[in-house]
Design a protein around this ligand. Structure first.
Ligand code: BYC
Length: 315
């Protein structure tokens, strides 16, 4: 049961949210609000960091210097996004080491999308276009989230994601207008990434245990289905514009609403992926653990340097 003196604080907290105020780190907040934010923000930060792996895999194989430079910049941006969001999560009183420990131990979630392999160069186009495109739709809504540090991180991240999306779409447009082998490669990448990118928005609202609470506290501004629909409506004409076909024979437009309606999403596949059994879950965790272990000397050196300077200050 809520202690008597907390009910007044909860009412005041909810009134602030209803008035559109942001909640800041030193403000009082219900423990459940703090927990929900730590869960969602840490998963988001992990997604940015694990999300570097599928594209990082292609940096040395980019087809030209120009492509290599923009892919490298994109992957570095994703590292930066992870760092902003980990910082935001720390304002809620958690330790970044603990969060990273959970990721490395396989007990934390990160976005399902990063558990699929990147088989060809066209996958760099599909990821930028679809994955960053989906992230923009999701994160533009989160930029109005009630928790100030999370919302502010999203504003900068969305600006960078726009560049990522354009570089991906431009890769796809170039391949789609190229030789028949290049066009086939682009189509194949779209076929493999389309459905997983729709799953990024999470389960349908009726199966989303966290949505109601997050919507009430205005962490989420829109439900999973509404954001997914917005992404579909934006993306279908973009595919048509470059002569590619979405891998969905049931896709049709609702004449009244204008919405593009897809065939059924394979939620059994989604559940497999988020339970650790996707095509690349094991490889992703192994790669993160290897990088963490190989970076131990950097952390040791930074600590030794900080200790040396602390000792000098005391002296
Ligand atoms: N993947 O109640 P629900 C990027 C989990 S990176 C895995 O609807 P919620 C980029 C969910 O966590 C940007 N798990 O949850 C980087 C929950 O499990 P728990 C990635 C998922 O929180 C590099 C359960 O399913 N974006 O753009 O209300 C290169 C029930 O779901 C997923 C973000 O991280 C999923 N797709 O809503 C390129 C966005 N979906 O925690 C690009 C931030 C659901 O109860 N997060 N689950 O065990 C969000 O907006 C929300 O957390 C979600 C889920 C919409 C994802």
């Amino acid at each position: 049961m809520t202690p008597v003196d907390d009910s007044a604080r909860i009412a005041a907290f909810e009134a602030r949210i209803a008035a559109g105020e942001t909640i800041e780190p030193k403000d009082w907040m219900p423990e459940r609000y703090r927990k929900q934010l730590v869960r969602m923000m840490s998963q988001h930060a992990h997604s940015e960091v694990v999300g570097m792996l599928p594209e990082g895999n292609w940096i040395t194989r980019a087809p030209s210097l120009r492509r290599k430079i923009s892919l490298l910049a994109k992957v570095q941006d994703e590292a930066g996004h992870g760092l902003y969001i980990y910082c935001g999560t720390e304002t809620l009183g958690v330790d970044r080491d603990d969060l990273i420990g959970q990721l490395l131990a396989g007990t934390a979630k990160y976005s399902s999308i990063f558990n699929y392999p990147t088989l060809t160069w066209a996958d760099m186009g599909a990821i930028g276009w679809l994955v960053d495109g989906a992230a923009i739709v999701n994160q533009t809504a989160l930029a109005k989230a009630s928790y100030g540090p999370y919302a502010r991180a999203m504003i900068r991240i969305c600006k960078e994601e726009n560049f990522h999306k354009r570089q991906g779409y431009e890769i796809m447009a170039t391949l789609a207008a190229g030789t028949s082998a290049q066009k086939e490669m682009a189509q194949d990448a779209l076929n493999r990434w389309w459905w997983p990118s729709l799953m990024m928005f999470g389960p349908s609202d009726k199966d989303s245990p966290n949505s109601a609470e997050l919507l009430r506290w205005k962490v989420k501004q829109k439900g999973n289905d509404e954001l997914r629909q917005r992404f579909i409506n934006l993306t279908v004409p973009q595919a048509t514009a470059i002569g590619l076909t979405l891998p969905d024979p049931a896709l049709r437009q609702n004449a009244e609403s204008g919405d593009w309606i897809t065939g059924p999403i394979d939620w059994a596949e989604f559940m497999q992926v988020i339970s650790g059994n996707g095509p690349m879950n094991r490889e992703r965790l192994a790669a993160r653990n290897k990088a963490h272990d190989e970076g131990a000397w950097v952390r040791d050196a930074a600590e030794a340097y900080a200790a040396k300077h602390a000792a000098r200050r005391v002296a």
